[in-house]
Design a protein around this ligand. Structure first.
Ligand code: SAH
Ligand code: SF4
Ligand code: F3S
Length: 471
């Protein structure tokens, strides 16, 4: 049994990790033919991409996927720890599974993802959720096939979580959920330690993949006909710093942009290390999409400092304006937390003012959630939940107003849309524009999913645009 430990998870040192190739244990290949698995994913794109690996690993074991957990022989929850409600959702699901397990004794239940890295969660699973057969952490996901095999063979609960990162494993199999848009990890972990955030503990220190491995993966995707790649990392801007003297995200973006791939996106960028060179590269290449996610978290300098965000409101705005000018149709989205401990009405008004200045194209807004083990968890918090909810509502009213305003500016204009499918309700196609806006559109022709088409926008809503295909 390997139990996670917060103390160890927090430590950062120069210890080198090894890049190793994934090896699948041939002895267990196709061992579970005719067995079925159900996989539920919570959290961010990184988890979604991990689930694409999990699916492939289970398929190598012979399992096939089902969409109803009642039909499964194995249920896996790929969990998220970012806020209490993500945590509660996973435990709620475990409650339902417990009921199923009482009638289906052979059912195997496994937990992976960020909650598996939390000391308190694993303790709870060991003590109160004894029906859970195995827990695998984020740092040793590649061991899932053998751990699952052991969990099926042995009665004993298998808890295998490394508190810290070990090897950087390349070449894990993947079953991509989409045949024209793909996620590509470029950096794992996060060293920023924003005071409210659990991610540096659950995902470990920043580790970049070798540029050769990334470029090779992208070449493979191009060969397979992919139209869009999204480079993933908790802070993609830190790419390369742990590996190279002089090769950064700007270099990587440029090397990818020179390839024959129509759309490149990247997320998430921390404002702190967004360089001028990156802005220059974004401006220079047409296939780098005019859409940047630039989380601000708060508009108050006092709160930004308490959050450990490493920039002031003024520095953020300066960067925001530079990025905005990089391309004529640049769309910027953000994340905002309200009700951080000590946030006063004045601080909140600073956030509202900043939003009015930035007029974001999209924003994800959250109420601060205490995460055990993080510094903000210990800060004094005098604001009631009611007041925080009211602030969130006020904030949402303002951000929504700008979403609509920005969308309205596109009416009458032409945008390029990567077609994703047909929306059943209206018998219209849908897809995302270069600016990452959802577009529903009609066409007189049959449009192939995965093709990029020109659409004239005819009307705007808060979260989507309507249009018709032109040409
Ligand atoms: N690495 C990304 C963020 C990943 S988490 C970045 O720094 O931009 C996504 C968002 O969740 C964060 O931007 C933040 O707005 C929110 N978040 C993180 N921890 C939170 C917490 N404890 N309570 C509420 N929201 C939180
Ligand atoms: Fe969390 Fe901050 Fe790292 Fe983002 S940059 S993952 S908010 S610690
Ligand atoms: Fe959640 Fe972990 Fe992603 S905490 S947001 S799944 S990195």
């Amino acid at each position: 049994m390997n139990i996670p430990n917060y103390g160890e998870a927090k430590s950062r040192d120069k210890r080198d990790y090894k890049r190793v190739d994934f090896i699948f244990d041939k002895k267990i290949k196709d061992k579970y033919k005719n067995k079925k698995f159900f996989l539920k994913t919570y959290g961010c794109q990184m988890n979604e991409h991990d689930s694409e690996n999990i699916e492939a690993l289970l398929c190598s074991l012979g399992f096939s996927k089902v969409s109803d957990y009642n039909d499964a022989d194995v249920i896996i929850l790929n969990t998220c720890s970012i806020r209490e409600n993500a945590h509660n959702k996973a435990f709620g699901m475990l409650g339902r599974i417990k009921h199923l397990k009482s009638i289906k004794k052979d059912l195997i239940v496994g937990i992976c993802g960020c909650m598996a890295q939390e000391e308190s969660v694993v303790e709870e699973i060991v003590n109160k959720y004894k029906f859970v057969n195995f827990v695998v952490g984020t740092h040793n996901l590649y061991q899932l096939p053998n751990i699952l095999d052991k969990a099926i063979l042995e009665e004993r609960q298998q808890i295998e979580v490394f508190s810290r990162e070990k090897d950087l494993v390349e070449g894990m199999p993947v079953v991509r959920s989409n045949s024209y848009k793909a996620y590509v990890n470029i950096i794992y972990g996060c060293d920023k330690f924003c005071t409210y955030c659990i991610v540096p503990y659950t995902r470990g220190k920043e580790r970049s993949r070798l540029k050769e491995d990334i470029l090779k993966e992208i070449d493979g995707l191009i060969k397979d006909g992919y139209k869009e790649v999204t480079l993933l990392g908790q802070n993609v801007n830190a790419y390369g710093k742990d590996l190279y003297e002089d090769y950064t995200l700007a270099n990587l973006l440029e090397d990818i942009a020179k390839k024959d791939i129509p759309r490149i996106r990247f997320m998430t960028s921390h404002p702190w290390d967004f360089t001028d060179k990156m802005i220059e590269v974004i401006g220079k290449y047409k296939n780098i999409m005019p859409s940047v996610h630039l989380p601000v978290q708060s508009g108050s300098d006092r709160i930004l400092k308490l959050m450990g965000r490493r920039y002031t409101r003024g520095e953020y705005l300066e960067l925001f304006n530079k990025i905005k000018k990089a391309k004529p149709n640049m769309a910027i989205s953000t994340d905002i937390i309200v009700g951080f401990p000590g946030e006063e009405e004045e601080d909140f008004k600073d956030t509202l003012d900043l939003v009015k200045e930035c007029k974001y194209d999209n924003a994800f807004t959250f109420i601060f959630s205490k995460r055990e083990g993080t510094p903000a968890c210990k800060l004094k918090d005098n604001t009631s939940l009611e007041e925080k909810e009211e602030r969130l509502q006020r904030l949402n009213n303002v951000v929504n107003k700008y979403f609509l305003e920005n969308n309205k500016k596109l009416v009458g204009k032409e945008v390029l849309v990567l077609t994703e499918g047909i929306s059943e309700k209206k018998n219209m196609y849908f897809g995302y524009s270069e600016e990452n806006k959802l577009v529903n559109f009609s066409s007189l022709k049959d449009i192939e999913v995965g093709s990029i088409v020109k659409v004239e926008i005819t009307s705007a809503k808060t979260w989507s645009l309507d249009g018709k295909e032109v040409e």
